[in-house]
Design a protein around this ligand. Structure first.
Ligand code: NAG
Ligand code: NAG
Ligand code: NAG
Ligand code: NAG
Ligand code: NAG
Ligand code: NAG
Ligand code: NAG
Ligand code: NAG
Ligand code: NAG
Ligand code: NAG
Length: 465
């Protein structure tokens, strides 16, 4: 049975939250049936260690999205293969973080053994990211693995050794024939929610430096941020804005940090504009961009009768994650001010999933005000940023940040939440809905909402399975 429930929440969230009923697998008990004869076959060519790391938002593979259950045997195009026994290069196996076995496979006589699975992250391979699985060697010269859900967006790799004899793992495709002229990428087109950006729009471009930043930007109009007025700002390549000093931090801290700086994080993570993409910015005091800002703010805050006098647009256009050439992540942070008001708009385009720590939102000195965009603290979910909103415009989050009355406080950003549940609970029964609400709340808190949010059931509707 499936239900749709509509909740009143202190925030607009568009989340597909799947509540799975019941049963966690108990690890490391003796299998009831010999797994050599009771396994699921995995034959996915992209798992190969030499498979192209042509990763984009659309085709990245993440085994942490799979509900693993029981034992698996690996094939490559019908041929038997096995997991690699040493670390695989970062970005291979169709995923961001490839997973290999730490050391040799067991022998037939060893029976079921525990082995560590290592995850290749940019800094290393077999450290804090490893987790155990059970492995068994089988008569007939093959292995079975009891795969479990990894912590990161990784994939269990299929070893190169066994597949080298098999020709044509297609790794690259030539996109442009040699006779065609190569056209430079156009940097000004973006998702509809984006404000104009790129060199064609007149932006200043940040240097392509890992963990770099803009030079200090003197603001043409002071920006009021929760009671403090700033005359300058830095656009840091790792996806965040700071006022008093630049930041090279590629690992975000969690908001609220009760720290000593004001910070605005479009998507603070380990981005790398040397590999791909452009970080740029521009400020405006007249023209179409101001007209647009006026319209947007007056739409999102109809009671303010706001007139924009200054707009600052910082754009991360198709920027790669650290040392990966093939991921693209695009977002904007727009600062808008006029009169005594100031606002932040965050616009999200395609956001590639990542295993790097991430954080989107804002935080102030001592965290007197802060906000974490739901889902933005887990790299496996951040692609949802293009779909979520607090103003009913997918991909856009807007905050009033001057510090005047009625802003920055979560409970004033109320809208609604729709949740699709797959469960055998009868929600009409006494108390069931309340339990589900509590589960939903726990999920939301994990996504970064404060613990004191209150969920109220507005409507419960049963739909066809
Ligand atoms: C075979 O494995 C599956 C998946 O773990 C399990 O559900 C099933 O009970 C097993 N079959 C037998 C006969 O044990
Ligand atoms: C991120 O998501 C994965 C996959 O659902 C989950 O296992 C992991 O615990 C999450 N991490 C955090 C920090 O929420
Ligand atoms: C990478 O994948 C995209 C989308 O799947 C495809 O359009 C593109 O041609 C691929 N590029 C290469 C070099 O394989
Ligand atoms: C980054 O900011 C620092 C000041 O914090 C500055 O010295 C440095 O020149 C900036 N980098 C670039 C590329 O402008
Ligand atoms: C930022 O710099 C200004 C001027 O030096 C100073 O007055 C202010 O206290 C600084 N703010 C923070 C948060 O460091
Ligand atoms: C905005 O104005 C309308 C009409 O004047 C009023 O009904 C509504 O309560 C106001 N909203 C807020 C948040 O003040
Ligand atoms: C990143 O890539 C550069 C060259 O592409 C390489 O020299 C460097 O070792 C890589 N760093 C990491 C941490 O993988
Ligand atoms: C932050 O907290 C510290 C210690 O409680 C306090 O001394 C300081 O004045 C606070 N700063 C601001 C800007 O509120
Ligand atoms: C987000 O929206 C895109 C299209 O705009 C859609 O393809 C994708 O499935 C959506 N993702 C989620 C998680 O809803
Ligand atoms: C059902 O709900 C009513 C009203 O909330 C409550 O008084 C009653 O104890 C509940 N019954 C059960 C079996 O939980």
């Amino acid at each position: 049975m499936r239900f749709l429930i509509f909740l009143c929440v202190s925030l607009l969230l568009l989340i597909n939250s799947k509540i799975i009923n019941g049963q966690t697998t108990v690890p490391f008990t003796t299998p009831s049936v010999d797994p050599c004869y009771n396994y699921t076959s995995l034959d996915e060519p992209w798992r190969a260690t030499d498979y192209s790391n042509n990763i984009s938002y659309y085709n990245i593979m993440c085994d942490n999205n799979v509900e693993w259950n029981g034992w698996y045997r690996m094939f490559y195009n019908g041929q038997k293969t096995q997991m690699p026994e040493s670390c695989v290069s970062y970005g291979m196996c169709g995923t961001v973080y490839p997973m290999s076995l730490n050391g040799p496979h067991p022998q037939l006589e060893d029976g079921v053994v525990l082995r560590q699975v290592c995850t290749s992250v940019w800094g290393g391979c077999c450290d804090y990211t490893s987790h155990p699985i059970r492995v068994k060697a089988c008569p007939g010269n093959y292995y079975v693995y009891e795969f479990v859900k990894p912590m990161f967006c990784g994939a269990y790799c299929a070893a190169e050794a066994s597949i080298q004899s098999i020709p044509s793992v297609s790794t690259t495709t030539e996109r442009i024939s040699p006779t065609e002229p190569i056209t430079p990428p156009i940097t000004t087109t973006g998702p509809a929610v984006f404000y104009p950006f790129g060199s064609a729009a007149g932006d200043t471009i940040n240097a392509a430096v890992d963990d770099g930043n803009s030079s200090v930007i003197q603001l043409l109009s002071p920006f009021l941020f929760f009671g403090r007025t700033y005359q300058q700002i830095y656009v840091n390549n790792n996806g965040h804005l700071t006022f008093n000093q630049s930041s090279s931090a590629f690992v975000p801290y969690s908001f609220p940090a009760r720290g000593s700086q004001d910070i605005i994080a479009g998507l603070w993570t380990n981005l790398d504009n040397r590999q791909r993409g452009v970080v740029s910015y521009q400020q405006f005091t007249s023209g179409n961009v101001l007209t647009r800002a006026n319209r947007d703010i007056n739409t999102h805050f109809p009671n303010l009768t706001f007139t924009a006098s200054w707009v600052f647009v910082a754009t991360w256009d198709k920027v790669a994650y650290f040392n990966l050439t093939n991921t693209e992540t695009s977002f904007q942070v727009v600062l808008i001010s006029g009169g005594d008001f100031s606002f932040i708009l965050m616009n999200y385009g395609d956001i590639a999933v990542t295993g790097h720590p991430v954080q989107a939102g804002y935080d102030t000195i001592n965290s007197t005000h802060y906000f974490v965009i739901p889902g933005s603290i887990n790299g496996s979910f951040i692609s949802n940023l293009r779909n979520s909103s607090n103003v009913d415009v997918p991909g856009r989050w807007v905050f009033r940040v001057d510090g005047g009355p009625g802003n920055g406080i979560v409970k004033n950003n109320v809208v609604g939440l729709r949740v699709r549940l797959s469960s055998f609970l009868d929600l009409n029964q006494n108390g069931s809905a309340e339990i589900v609400l509590q589960q939903v709340k726990q999920e939301l808190v994990k996504y970064g909402l404060p613990n004191n949010i209150e969920l109220k059931l507005r409507k419960l509707q049963k739909i066809k399975p």
